[in-house]
Design a binder for this molecule. Structure first.
Ligand code: FE
Length: 523
């Protein structure tokens, strides 16, 4: 309690120093509201090792998050826990239950609201609706519609909550660009995303007269990097969020997801505070705001991002029990041993990676009459540490129900595909053995590929190449639109994970390798 009073006093000081509001506060005690936030949890039920956080101490885990949230709420009842979407897709338990286990676990986590992220569509939008019906916490979205109708796919655009004597309007939206950029065409048949700015304005106009604070939960922008280390990765930012906030008046707080970009200090844009975490539940954000009820305005804030070290936080018993129940159910499938690796298979968003090489080689191994295979770096979601590799490890590494598609593509279109990879909006492509791609991302967009050879020969614009890719990419996923220019397109119905299983089984011990397949020349 003493700690809270001290903190409150320090916030008051912040208010006085930063905003010069001391005179106005006389006889008008500001309301304090604490908002805990996460985004892009990605079904990480268990704590994980994140190299840049600590080489030895694991962070995150649903049972730990639940424990921390409940602890904070107990200590301060004026606390909300909000999330900005992408709770599906990560470890195998999510794919094997099509998200059902995730919703079940989240039912125990004391969530006050979340919004829909692109990965909630990974098993189709109808599955999303049927899984959401099992949720006991509010899931919000106000701009995803059944095509050509006025019907939202999930009819909960906003919610008004009361806390600390304040009425808080919470709106959920999905960025239109992020939706079409990252939701597989197959999984969004019959639905459409509409302009987030237009709908945000409508909801703000509706809510503003009824509430004290407006909070937006939004999932938008450029996708988060999928990589084992950060050194060669692209610097991500929250520009879309800054732009949206600058154009819409009346949003006090924006909690955003998708970019996996933490904000130790909130960004501010035309009076809106923008916050986010580095994703995967490795940290919990805490934004404490002071609100002057008399003058109806936010007058101070303090934000912290706190790593959730597993060794410091006990498990919440109810969440733990729920996770264990689901683990037991999927263990028969996920626990099957497939093979061995001599060292970990890791990921990179900006260059080749050992995992990317293995997946691409596995696809080519399944169809040896083809010349090359391409894999989106964003599809690789987890490293495989080994030495034993199970079905669960492979599903966790590539948790999408994508299939292999056979294509015939002119060299000129392959070049367009590689240029999009080199523009680094969605990460480079991982490629099969024999293809060598060198790029320089300091060169102008569209001219970044410096050289591209297949089995030692330069790519020929007019030659037709026999190419394998997954159906997400082939349908323009991650912005790879030139796959649609293929002169032949045959769906094999063979799952990418199945090709990985078959390929690994051909080795007594698979040796992960880097061979300079995709090289960034400017370091
Ligand atoms: Fe996302």
């Amino acid at each position: 309690m003493k700690k809270r009073i001290l903190f409150f006093c320090s916030l008051l000081l912040l208010v006085q120093v930063s905003f010069g509001q001391s005179a106005k506060l006389e006889g008008n005690i500001p309301k304090e509201l604490s908002i805990l936030y996460t985004n892009d949890l990605h079904a990480n039920f268990e704590p994980i090792l994140v190299g840049w956080v600590s080489p030895t101490r694991k962070v995150g885990g649903f049972a730990k998050i639940a424990a921390r949230v409940k602890q904070e709420k107990k200590a301060n009842p004026n606390t909300l826990y909000l999330d900005a979407g992408d709770f599906f897709t990560g470890p195998d338990i999510c794919s094997l239950t099509k998200g059902e286990a995730v919703i079940d676990a989240m039912n125990h986590m004391s969530l006050d609201a979340t919004c829909i992220g692109n990965h909630e569509f990974d098993y189709g939008w109808r599955n999303l609706v049927s899984q959401f019906e099992k949720a006991t916490f509010p899931i919000l979205n106000g701009n995803l519609f059944i095509q050509n109708t006025g019907k939202l796919i999930w009819n909960h655009p906003f919610k008004i909550l009361q806390k600390s004597g304040l009425k808080i309007g919470i709106i959920g939206l999905h960025g239109k660009f992020a939706f079409y950029d990252t939701v597989s065409d197959t999984m969004r048949q019959g639905i459409e995303a509409r302009d987030e700015e237009l709908y945000l304005q409508q909801y703000v106009d509706l809510l503003r007269p009824q509430v004290d604070l407006v909070v937006l939960l939004v999932h938008q922008g450029i996708p988060g990097r999928q990589s084992s280390k950060g050194s060669v990765d692209i610097q991500r930012n929250l520009q879309k969020d800054i732009d949206l906030a600058s154009r819409i008046k009346g949003v006090d707080i924006m909690i955003t997801g998708h970019a996996h970009q933490g904000t130790p200090q909130p960004l501010t844009s035309k009076g809106t505070l923008i916050v986010s975490t580095d994703a995967l539940g490795i940290e919990i954000g805490k934004l404490v705001v002071l609100y002057d009820l008399q003058n109806k305005k936010m007058i101070g804030y303090q934000n912290t991002l706190n790593f959730l070290y597993a060794d410091e936080t006990p498990d919440d018993p109810a969440t733990r029990q729920c996770i264990d129940k689901w683990k037991e159910r999927v263990d028969k499938v996920s626990g099957q041993k497939i093979g061995c690796i001599s060292e970990p298979l890791t990921r990179s968003y900006g260059e080749e990676s050992t995992l990317g090489n293995m997946v691409a080689d596995g696809m080519l191994h399944a169809f040896p009459d083809y010349e090359l295979a391409l894999v989106n770096s964003g599809g690789l979601r987890e490293d495989i540490l080994g030495p034993n590799v199970t079905t669960g490890d492979l599903i966790s590494a590539f948790p999408f129900p994508n299939t292999v598609v056979k294509l015939e593509l002119k060299g000129v279109f392959l070049r367009e595909i590689f240029e999009h990879a080199a523009d680094q909006t969605n990460g480079v492509l991982q490629v099969s053995a024999g293809l060598v791609l060198q790029y320089n991302d300091s060169l102008p967009l569209g001219n970044r590929v410096v050289s591209c050879t297949l089995n030692g020969k330069a790519l020929e614009d007019e030659r037709i190449y026999k190419v394998l890719a997954n159906n997400f990419l082939v349908k323009g996923g991650d912005g790879f639109l030139s796959f649609s220019k293929a002169s032949a397109n045959i769906e094999t119905h063979l799952g990418v994970v199945q090709t990985m299983i078959s390929y690994l089984k051909t080795f007594p011990v698979y040796p992960p390798k880097l061979e300079g397949r995709v090289v960034k020349l400017n370091k």
